[in-house]
Design a protein around this ligand. Structure first.
Ligand code: CAA
Length: 391
């Protein structure tokens, strides 16, 4: 263990979109038996961004409550993790920095490695706080997951942002050393620069994920990590919630344990409530699993939680956290429920229309329709520049 104070997640807040599409509506449209969605992949609905929402507005909406509660003192770094980036040069975090009113004495950067990016951000943030425990790092994971209409991936879309304040002596979860890490050059899921929707080899991506679970766990144990039985719960990256069940059964099998259904549910049941109704939020997904666990489980004080972060391509990391005494007083359970409940249902025609929208690339003045009731909106694309405003 490193010397110095414990470092970890001091506060966590998430935001999601204005709209929601129920899987019943998608199933009715494409003739799929609803059991495939509700049971087969474990999804009930997906968050759909309004025309004036994107990773910046979601990221700012997730981060603003952290700054409102803690102020900006000590925040000298913002790390924005995403795989649905809006610009090849400028970090989406710079727009967020301005929207939430952070001071100029801050460094801002964007990180990418598919859905794994936010975990790299968390680990880099921990390193910075260890170097100077007076500093705090704002980590924002924000993504819009988009596949082609009528493709198998369509049912696993979603969108959300999670903001984490990383600090010494954290109020929620202390992040432990060591970590188990794993990289393999595979083409299971990718998005070339000229495409808005991701490309995926669905079955290959599930196999690649399970191999990464094995690889990162193996490295975690070789680095002297905890044994499987010590964990009260496991937060997995959830491209669809059934994947967490597949992954956990795989981990149990790999360790020669029984895959008793009740035991699997005990370990991950509380982690899926938000992802089940939000859909895949890529970088944010594993931290939505944490939010769901903390908001729904009985008192976890002093318990160890396992995290498995997977990003296609692929990079994975297994690490552990310990829940801090008194954490419940700092949760945002009510705000999280409201973020989900406030969404407006779309019919299939409106959803498909929003899915197919994109900005013209002519550099003209293209205002967006005012749709979001969230705190920030993308007002226009003008001269190739994205114009944001606070509502
Ligand atoms: N009732 C209950 N279950 C049913 C059913 C019914 N009526 N009909 C089908 N099912 C079950 C199937 O048996 C299957 O379950 P198992 O996997 O446990 O066998 C499940 O529903 C899905 O059925 P299919 O495999 O036939 O579905 P599909 O061909 O439409 O593809 C998918 C599913 C591969 C997940 C597809 O949605 C996809 O490509 N999604 C995007 C890729 C993805 O999410 N990959 C995950 C790993 S990669 C990653 O994690 C990174 C990331 O975020 C993208």
């Amino acid at each position: 263990m490193a010397n110095g104070p414990a470092v970890g997640i001091h506060d966590l807040s998430f935001a999601t979109t204005e709209f929601v599409l129920a899987h019943t509506a998608l199933a009715e449209h494409n003739g799929t038996e609803i059991g495939k969605y509700h049971v087969g992949i474990g999804q009930r609905s997906m968050s759909v961004p309004a025309a004036d929402e994107d990773i910046v507005t979601l990221g700012a909406a997730a981060a603003a409550p952290l700054v409102a509660r803690h102020g900006s003192d000590g925040i000298r770094t913002v790390i924005f993790a995403t795989e649905s980036s809006i610009d090849q040069a400028k970090s989406a975090g710079v727009y967020v920095h301005s929207l939430i009113g952070l001071p100029s004495a801050v460094r801002v950067v964007e990180l990418k490695q598919a859905c794994y990016g936010a975990t790299a951000a968390l680990q880099f943030a921990i390193g910075l706080v260890r170097r100077d425990p007076a500093q705090r790092v704002l980590v924002i994971a924000s993504d819009v997951s988009k596949y082609d209409l009528d493709s198998p991936g369509e049912a696993t879309q979603g969108a959300a942002a999670v903001a984490l304040l990383v600090a010494a002596d954290p109020q929620l979860v202390r992040i432990e050393e060591p970590s188990g890490v794993f990289t393999a050059d595979v083409m299971d899921f990718w998005r070339p620069n000229y495409r808005e929707a991701a490309l995926v080899d669905g079955q290959e991506s599930i196999t690649a994920y399970l191999q990464a679970v094995e690889g990162s766990w193996k490295d975690y144990t070789e680095q002297g990590g905890r044994s499987l039985g010590e964990f009260a719960a496991f937060c997995y990256h959830q491209p669809f919630t059934k994947m967490a069940y597949k992954a956990h059964r795989h981990l149990l099998n790999y360790n020669g344990h029984d895959t008793d259904a009740a035991e699997v549910t005990r370990a991950i049941g509380h982690t899926t409530a938000y992802n089940n109704v939000i859909g895949n939020s890529y970088t944010a997904s594993v931290y939505l699993a944490l939010a769901s666990l903390l908001d729904h489980a009985d008192d976890l004080t002093g318990q160890a939680i396992g995290f498995l972060s997977y990003g296609s391509g692929s990079v994975a990391e297994f690490f552990a956290g310990t829940v801090v005494a008194g954490y419940r007083a700092h949760l945002r359970t009510q705000a999280h429920r409201e973020a989900i409940d406030r969404r407006t249902s779309l019919d299939i025609a409106r959803y498909r229309d929003l899915h197919e929208r994109s900005f013209p690339t002519d550099g003209g003045d293209h205002p967006t329709q005012a749709q979001t009731t969230g705190p920030f909106r993308l007002a226009a694309l003008r001269d190739h520049k994205r114009i944001y405003e606070t509502r």
